[in-house]
Design a protein around this ligand. Sequence first.
Ligand code: HEC
Length: 225
Amino acid sequence: MKNTIKILAAAIVIISVVSCQNDKKPNYQYMPNMYESVGYETYGEYRVFPGEQEAMQPVEGSIPRGWMPYDFENSNAGYQLAKDTLKNPIKYTKENEAAGMQLYTIYCAICHGDKGDGKGTLVQREKILGVPSYDDVGRAITEGSIYHVMYYGINSMGSYASQTNEHERWQIVQYVEKLKADLEGKEPRIDQEKGPAPSNLIPAVNKRPEEEEQHATTEEHKDAH
Ligand code: HEC
């Protein structure tokens, strides 16, 4: 008898709990602070923020990580200033030249041609007009102007600022300068590596620590005898 009452009581409790559930409304939250954290959630809606949005515009003048501001304006004056004053910060090594060549082949050769003479595939197929040769005397391109046009684009040539990073653009600049030198029949610039001459390096590289140790032990042997 007692048992029947217990079972009945339990059944009433369970039924009343289950029957109150409404599928169209959010269910009860037994420990709400586990669902709704005290800290602001990314993209959450809160009254304290302008527009009630947690996600806000970065403060004016913020710079994304790994990105450097480019100080030259997208204008004729900015172009001229870059042309006259902006210098390539990377060393003109064979490695940078090879990396520049790869990037150039991907991004530029389709219009400017493998030799930089302005006779790329798109020009031959008459898809685009007015692609200059890099040795065009009237344009007299410089390392600064090459970088500038890659950054902002120029007329029908688009910007390459989003496809390439700063270092890659400077590698392309080195390669474009090499193509220009080749077209003009000049020697392309390659910077001399600084540092000790290779002959100084060889003994240091060949000397192995074990040899020194062996030496020390034979010395000890001698002393012992
Ligand atoms: C879609 C075709 C196209 C591609 C791709 C292209 N260019 Fe150009 N480029 C042009 C055209 C067209 C001009 C001439 C623009 C003008 O002055 O009217 C030009 C001009 C130039 C100039 C001369 C600008 C000056 O100072 O007068 C340089 C340097 C240059 N491009 C470099 C590059 C480099 C580097 C790349 C690859 C990152 C590239 N271009 C990719 C079409 C292209």
